[in-house]
Design a protein around this ligand. Structure first.
Ligand code: GLN
Length: 321
């Protein structure tokens, strides 16, 4: 069905979704990373960026929170830019694990590949693939520059979060060395893990993440800076990964109930991608049992429902002024 939605409908849906989700209670901050446990749980922001660059922000959309696992998306894009989508498929994979983000069991079950760059094992493997090989500083610059290009402005390392994660990332150390055992890490092990830990500790705002989502939705053309950040063919590949594993073991439930591919992080951020239409991001620290922000999920679902949108609705939607 051909449908037209106005920019003001979108603005109103975002405002209402923000107001309603703000009242939602429940969840608790991530407690296994000390820095995250102490973030103000009442913070809440919702941002939408359309593929023409129009942006709506409600609430704490300038607050820099830990990007955490949402960082797996830009680094997967960078790995695809450098090694092609086929190269990433071959060395990492594109399969959902159906298990928690930090699962060691998933590695043992699929010992031929770490499944997807959007879980910890695959994300550490993706960091190991980033060029130039063996050069930590240059790899880090490539990772950060890519995020800056996708968001249109630079992320900033939260030193305290980085220290906090480095001091407590024992499970991820086990994952990294297990990957090494299976020959699935493509650079120095400790360096690859450190890059992953550092990228998770970048501070980002919901407004920046909405632009990143819009850049992916817009086939790699950042609608705010008008820079082509990646080849258009990568857009469908990364959106497929986000749809299949963005919420880990709850990805099916999420897509079924929200209608939008989205990626979560334990810092409380969620970034959604509606191909051709918009990027959306919400942030609120309290998480559910699977490590996904309670309010951010609610806000994005409400927004989608109010506009009667869904990636599989079969509608040809046009946003008009
Ligand atoms: N840095 C966190 C970890 O590796 C990120 C997890 C997440 O956001 N799901 O445990």
């Amino acid at each position: 069905m051909e449908r037209k939605i106005t920019v003001s409908d979108i603005r109103q849906a975002a405002q209402e979704a923000y107001n309603e989700a703000k009242e939602v209670k429940g969840g608790s901050n991530a407690n296994y990373i000390p820095y995250l446990a102490n973030i103000d749980p009442t913070l809440f922001g919702l941002s939408v960026t359309l593929t023409d660059g129009t942006t709506f922000n409600f609430g704490d959309t300038d607050y820099k929170f830990g990007i955490e696992s949402v960082s797996k998306v830009p680094t997967a894009i960078l790995a695809m830019k450098q090694h092609t989508p086929e190269g990433v498929l071959k060395r990492i994979g594109a399969d959902a694990t159906g298990l928690p983000f930090n699962s060691i069991f998933a590695i043992l079950l699929e010992n031929d590949h770490p499944s997807t760059p959007l879980v910890n094992a695959g994300a550490i493997a993706a960091c190991s693939m980033i060029a130039p090989q063996g050069a930590s500083d240059d790899k880090w610059i490539a990772i950060v520059d890519n995020i800056r290009d996708l968001c249109g402005s630079a992320p900033e390392l939260i030193d305290e979060l980085y220290e906090s994660e480095t001091a407590t990332n024992f499970n991820n150390r086990a994952i990294s060395w297990l990957l090494k055992n299976y020959g699935r890490i493509y650079d120095d092990v400790d360096m690859s893990l450190d890059l992953y830990t550092r990228q998770c500790s970048l501070g980002i705002t919901s407004s920046q993440l909405a632009v990143m989502g819009a850049t992916i939705a817009n086939k790699g053309l950042n609608p705010v800076t008008v820079k082509q950040v990646f080849d258009p063919e990568i857009s469908a590949k990364i959106t497929t990964m986000i749809a299949s594993v963005g919420f880990y073991q709850h990805s099916g439930d999420w897509l079924y109930t929200s209608g939008i591919p989205a990626k979560t992080g334990v810092g409380g951020g969620v970034m959604g991608v509606m191909p051709g239409l918009f990027g959306i991001a919400a942030f609120s620290p309290p998480l559910d049992d699977a490590g996904n922000s309670v309010k951010a999920q609610t806000a994005i679902k409400l927004f989608m429902r109010k506009l009667d949108l869904g990636i599989f609705n079969g509608d040809n939607v046009d946003i008009v002024s």
